[in-house]
Design a protein around this ligand. Structure first.
Ligand SMILES: Nc1ncnc2c1ncn2[C@@H]1O[C@H](COP(=O)(O)OP(=O)(O)O)[C@@H](O)[C@H]1O
Ligand SMILES: [Mg+2]
Length: 364
């Protein structure tokens, strides 16, 4: 990998984060359940999960705005659990940005530094440096209301970076931006993070966002870390049905394995039979899962394929997603689309094959 260009003043690489045995409840609501995590120095790490699963609560805990009932948080090996937010060297960008509306961009960025009573010259230098870094040096005399959503987001980022935290926490930083800007800004964020080398945790409920810019992801659901891994690891080897369904699309079938050796077959209600690898072994309660692109469509009398009928068709640009009813259940099959491709129509009788090596056995 290329060595990122270092920014001498702002570079703060090297801080790893550990979250150990953390539990947190709001009254009777148990929100964080025995969280254990390790974020490596300089890593761009994501907390990914559906709304309400505890991402913001965990981020606020690392920043010092929430107290855990059990467990601790370490930064660079030092237990910071007892420190207030302003003594933690942890910078958090809130989902709402929380900019001061009556202050100019420059004053917004300077504010935290003035609070810290830094010398005026140092403040001026850090403010220009941070604004240049996020590309806002030309707009420093404007107020937040005179900026676009993307520009406001960058002010919030500049304000946090100016304090030179060891760790940067971003709570759904792109959620207020429109779709096109979101794609552009997420790439800028990644570039900036690489240049600074700052350990960053990025909270999102959007799997594409996490997949495209983060080194590793902790998938959360219901206050529990389901799995930690690189985007590709999570996609190829999901630990359970939730991860398989949350990262990408997965077809899930319930049934039983029967037969032995190379005659091993998965059987689901409605006469569905899928050959599986001889090593396949279904743990009690587990289900068969496969990705839409790991299935293929064939003529309706193709031997060894499962007969079905097309019930839906969606054009996704580079592929066509067919809904195919087999054994009373609709599964999704993605077929690459090229100009001139022959399409199936809704109502067509077809047969589906699923590559045995792509089949996953997962429990919830
Ligand atoms: N201050 C609070 N008091 C009580 N419940 C809260 C508070 N903050 C969050 N919650 C609840 O905790 C759960 C997790 O919330 P949150 O961490 O904000 O989820 P996420 O950021 O993943 O959407 C939700 O059920 C939410 O309603
Ligand atoms: Mg949140």
């Amino acid at each position: 990998m290329n060595q990122p260009v270092r920014m001498p003043g702002l570079a703060t690489r090297g801080a790893g984060i550990r979250v150990e045995n953390v539990n947190l409840s709001y009254g009777p609501l148990h929100v964080l359940k025995d969280i254990n995590l390790e974020v490596h120095p300089g890593e761009f790490f994501a907390f990914l999960g559906p709304s309400g699963c505890g991402k913001t609560t965990l981020l606020r805990l690392i920043a010092g705005f929430n107290q855990a009932d059990t467990g601790r948080v370490l930064v660079s090996g030092e237990d910071i659990s007892a420190l207030p937010p302003w003594k933690r060297d942890v910078g958090m960008v809130f989902q709402s940005y929380a900019l001061w509306p009556h202050m100019t961009v420059r004053r917004n960025v300077a504010f935290g530094l003035e609070e810290r009573r830094l010398p005026r010259s140092e403040i001026a230098q850090r403010v220009s440096e941070s604004l240049a870094l996020v590309g806002l040096d030309q707009l420093s005399d404007r107020r937040p209301s005179q900026l676009s959503g993307g520009q406001q987001q960058r002010v919030a980022l500049a304000r946090t970076i100016a304090v030179r935290p060891k760790v940067l926490l971003l709570d759904e930083p792109l959620s207020n931006l429109d779709a096109k800007l979101r794609v552009q800004v997420r790439r800028e964020l990644r570039e900036l993070q690489q240049r600074l080398g700052i350990t960053t945790i990025f909270v999102t409920h959007d799997q594409e966002e996490a997949n495209t810019i983060c080194d590793r992801i902790a998938v959360m659901n219901d206050g529990i870390v389901q799995q930690v891994g690189t985007p590709i690891e999570l996609y190829q080897r999901p630990a359970n049905l939730f991860v398989a369904g949350f990262l990408g699309t997965a077809n899930i079938l319930e049934g039983e394995i029967s037969g032995f050796g190379c005659d091993k077959v998965f059987q689901a209600p409605g006469g569905v039979k899928i050959p599986v690898d001889s090593g396949a072994d279904a743990a009690p309660g587990s289900k068969l899962a496969f990705r839409p692109q790991d299935a293929s469509l064939h003529a309706k009398d193709e031997s060894g394929a499962i007969p079905g009928a097309i019930v839906n068709r969606e054009f996704l640009g580079s592929s066509i997603r067919y809904g195919v009813k087999i054994g009373g259940k609709e599964i999704l099959v993605d077929i690459p689309f090229h100009s001139g491709s022959t399409l199936h129509e809704v109502g067509d009788a077809v047969a589906v094959k699923i590559a045995p090596s792509s089949v996953l056995w997962l429990a919830s």
